[in-house]
Design a protein around this ligand. Structure first.
Ligand SMILES: Nc1ncnc2c1ncn2[C@@H]1O[C@H](COP(=O)(O)OP(=O)(O)OP(=O)(O)O)[C@@H](O)[C@H]1O
Ligand SMILES: [Mg+2]
Length: 398
């Protein structure tokens, strides 16, 4: 196989084909085996110089571990490198492989992979299966989560209240397990909560991978990190900073926004309560977030288990979906155990605003009108609507 001339130490990155100038995404060049692997070679007149296309390689982008780990798809990338989907051909199971960027020291990878492996026998932590620190770049092999991360769902705008709370419970269980073994996560955020069982639950990954040592090498300490507790730049990370970050993640899942826009706001600790931004968030859930985000570490939950039991104490049985409907001002639907709900706000000629809640009991009783109101103003209508939404979310009878 003829190879492109590449500068020494080339890693993953986009390069232009020197002969024909078409865009290549070069994944890796292994000097020992003289294999150059690309994600997309496109069409090239210079056949001799153009490396294999994905088709020719049966969809394999890159092979690691002497052929043991063929990687077929890039799943994403972060501060420390790229993550690929692949297979462990020895154990015959799907895996995710995180290839670290140059600059991450082998010692740091070893130390951190060991930490994660130590935590791996817990259903709320993504298991590490192998760590390889050979040149050109070290990598960690872990269980694949085909449903992706919580961040993917956040970006797609498909996070329901029930999802957000269920995933946060999973993450808190993972954190509690780590904290009990003396490990701080340090990088709690939606991208590090991975989905299992087709999105039914979440587990935590990258434990210790963002150790302060590595972060110092790669991340500018002067850059504001919005999922980092306000005391961290001065006091460093702790169990309490992981708890703050879990509260920040839940806030984002419920509102689609960060609670604070910069370090000054975070240090002042005042933010818009989530139930003000998302009508269906019960006050009890807002309170849990509020305590998780307290400025002083000592004012937060003393540990992840306490935050978990506070969250378990919030009654949340269903999530509402806002429905696009031309005939109404607002329409919401929800499915709860045993019944379906619908709330409509309409403007009727000569009557004015009318708010109706219907409940369809699945035993076959059909739709029945559960509540009706004639609010005088739109602002009042929204207040009543808010209360009804939360009533159903909390499992109360309409
Ligand atoms: N085990 C896995 N299974 C499936 N997808 C994964 C797995 N690990 C990571 N990913 C995906 O790869 C993406 C990149 O992960 P990566 O850890 O490199 O970056 P990050 O979490 O965004 O940032 P950071 O570098 O701070 O950890 C994640 O957002 C996630 O979607
Ligand atoms: Mg990550």
């Amino acid at each position: 196989m003829k190879l492109l001339e590449l500068p020494p130490g080339i890693g993953i990155g986009r390069r232009r084909h020197r002969a024909c100038s078409h865009d290549l995404a070069i994944v890796n060049y292994d000097e020992a085996s003289e294999v150059l692997l690309v994600m997309d070679a496109g069409v090239c007149a210079e056949d001799d110089y153009c490396p294999s296309t994905i088709d020719e390689m049966n969809g394999v982008l890159l092979v690691l571990g002497d052929g043991r780990y063929p990687l077929t798809k890039e799943l994403g990338h972060g501060a420390f490198g790229e993550v690929f989907e692949g297979r462990d051909t020895h154990l015959d199971m799907p895996v995710a492989v995180k290839l670290f960027r140059e600059g991450v020291t082998f010692d740091a990878i070893f130390a951190e992979a060991r930490v994660q492996a130590r935590l791996s026998d817990n259903p709320h932590v993504i298991a590490v299966r192998n760590v390889i620190v050979e040149p050109p770049r070290p990598y960690v092999v872990m269980d694949l989560c085909p449903a992706g991360s919580v961040r993917d769902r956040l970006k797609a705008g498909t996070v329901t209240l029930v999802d957000a709370i269920r995933w946060t419970r999973g993450a808190l269980l993972g954190l509690a397990h780590a904290h009990a073994l003396g490990v701080i996560h340090r990088d709690v955020k939606p991208a590090n909560w991975l989905l299992l069982d087709n999105g039914a639950r979440a587990a935590i990954s990258d434990f210790g991978l963002a150790e302060d040592t590595v972060r110092r090498i790669l991340v500018d300490p002067d850059i504001y990190v919005p999922h980092q507790a306000p005391e961290v730049p001065v006091e460093g990370t702790s169990e309490a900073s992981d708890i703050w970050a879990a509260g920040c993640t839940l806030y984002r899942l419920l509102t689609g926004k960060y609670p604070f826009k910069d370090e000054y706001e975070a240090a002042a600790g005042s933010f818009l309560a989530p139930h003000r931004l998302n009508l269906q968030v019960p006050m009890s859930v807002s309170r849990v977030i509020e305590q998780g985000l307290k400025v002083r570490p000592g004012d937060r939950y003393p540990d992840a288990v306490s935050m978990l039991s506070a969250l378990n104490g919030c009654r949340v049985t269903t999530s509402w979906t806002k429905v696009e409907d031309l005939d109404t001002i607002e329409t919401w639907t929800a499915s709860a155990p045993g019944a379906d709900y619908r709330i409509e706000l309409v403007l009727r000629p000569k009557v004015g605003l009318e708010l109706t809640a219907r409940k369809d009991v699945r035993s076959g009783a059909g739709f029945m009108r559960a509540r009706q109101d004639r609010p005088p103003t739109l602002a009042r209508a929204r207040q009543v609507l808010h209360r009804w939404l939360v009533d159903v979310v909390e499992g109360q009878r309409l």
